[in-house]
Design a protein around this ligand. Sequence first.
Ligand SMILES: O=P(O)(O)O[C@H]1O[C@H](CO)[C@@H](O)[C@H]1O
Ligand SMILES: O=c1cc[nH]c(=O)[nH]1
Length: 290
Amino acid sequence: MLAPSELILRPNGSLYHLDLLPGQVAETIITVGDPERVRAVSDRFDRVELRVEAREFVTHTGTLDGRRLTVVSTGIGTDNVDIVFNELDALFNVDLARREIKSELTRLTFVRLGTSGAFQPDLPLDSFLLSTAALAMDGLLPFYLHQGSPDPAAISLYEHLEDAGVRLPVPVLIVRPDLPPAFAATGLPTGMTLTAAGFYAPQGRSIRLASGLSPRLLEALRTWQDEELRLTNIEMETAGIYGLATALGHRAVSLSALLANRAAGTFSRQPAKTVDALISKGLELILQDT
Ligand SMILES: O=P(O)(O)O[C@H]1O[C@H](CO)[C@@H](O)[C@H]1O
Ligand SMILES: O=c1cc[nH]c(=O)[nH]1
């Protein structure tokens, strides 16, 4: 039995942070960072059956073309991904009344529709990218993935950085998702996403404080390539989503609208329009998924 201090429920039996009850969430779940984007997604649904708000976690469930969907905001960062993924998994895979893990587990599908900064000069502003892997520079995953052998790409990246005489401030940890079938061959550009612990210095930005990611380290990250894989973009959730979803037996995909180009020093002049187009593309692909 899971103790009340470990699996925390509200007095009405709902999950501690998300305030959700069993039956209120669909098996296909769209995650977005911005709570406002939850409304932008569910405005496209034919019908919305549930709206729940708790802190930065806004959840809407409804149907689109006969498909039941949930959209939930994680807020920014993998510390929030930790909460959202553990609680959504518990909603399906733990008997909350008995406080016991169910013997039959439900496999969920997670689709992140987020924003990101391109890391390579050839990736245009306002284009989309599908992450086939993520480099976890945020710090969450070592608390979960403390066993098993490293991804071969992690060894390749480690060696490339060593050859360049630079090191990451954290261990090189790369995770890959079990992609939902419709997202395996979309024709969208793909690549490895760097998931950072913050927006400024952890992404190499410097306003008044210098970033510990030196220009030499950033250049070494930019020039690394392992077969088809290269570091394409930076954001703040994908590695946490991929690491936790895979460890829990769920499918996951992260789609990003590239609003900044960090190599070129540019930012989108139409971010709202681009995010709107990403929502359309994401929903189109979800409806094709089996
Ligand atoms: O637009 P969202 O989905 O929030 O994603 C990106 O934008 C936020 C930073 O501005 C981070 O959450 C980052 O991952
Ligand atoms: O550069 C960017 C743009 C969006 N989100 C990020 O985390 N970084």
